[in-house]
Design a protein. Structure first.
Length: 159
């Protein structure tokens, strides 16, 4: 006579279910930690552009006793302070005692879990730098724009 037990699960099935559930939990935790670290690296790269902008402004101010009037001078200072290919000059508006410059600076960071794309990504940030000369000193005032503001729009608004 065959006995049947309904509603009971074999012990090996319970063990397999527990192992699969633990594996799924480990994958979810690893993915969330990797995502958090990538977000931190992206934020650090975004904030590092501010340092690049300050280095650019300092180099322009140190080179000249008057606000820069030449696009080539600005581009040369941008290339040396931000590294070639990391800085882009969008617009320049020279005046008698002041020059307004809109630049875009780029920084790279490493992506986490880059299975379907490149392992390195970039962030871009737009800055408006105003170079002024008054009776006492030379200044380079920097305005850092948010990640939502595109340099083409900022340059167009400033013109």
């Amino acid at each position: 006579m065959a006995t049947s037990q309904t509603g009971r699960t074999a012990p090996w099935a319970k063990a397999l279910g527990a192992v699969l559930l633990a594996l799924l939990a480990a994958i979810i935790v690893a993915y969330s930690i990797a995502g958090s670290r990538e977000t931190d690296r992206k934020h650090s790269a975004f904030e590092a552009t501010r340092t690049d902008a300050q280095r650019f402004a300092d180099s322009v101010v140190a080179q000249r006793s008057a606000p820069p009037a030449s696009r080539q001078d600005i581009q040369a200072a941008l290339d040396t302070s931000a590294g070639n290919k990391n800085g882009l000059l969008y617009s320049m508006q020279p005046a008698e005692r002041r020059t307004k410059v809109v630049i875009q600076l780029t920084r790279s960071y490493q992506r986490s879990l880059a299975l379907f794309g490149p392992a390195e990504a970039t962030v871009d940030r737009c800055f408006t730098v105003i170079f002024e000369v008054d009776e006492v000193r030379r200044l380079g005032a920097i305005t850092a724009h948010t990640s939502d503001e595109r340099c083409s729009e900022v340059a167009h608004q400033n013109s």
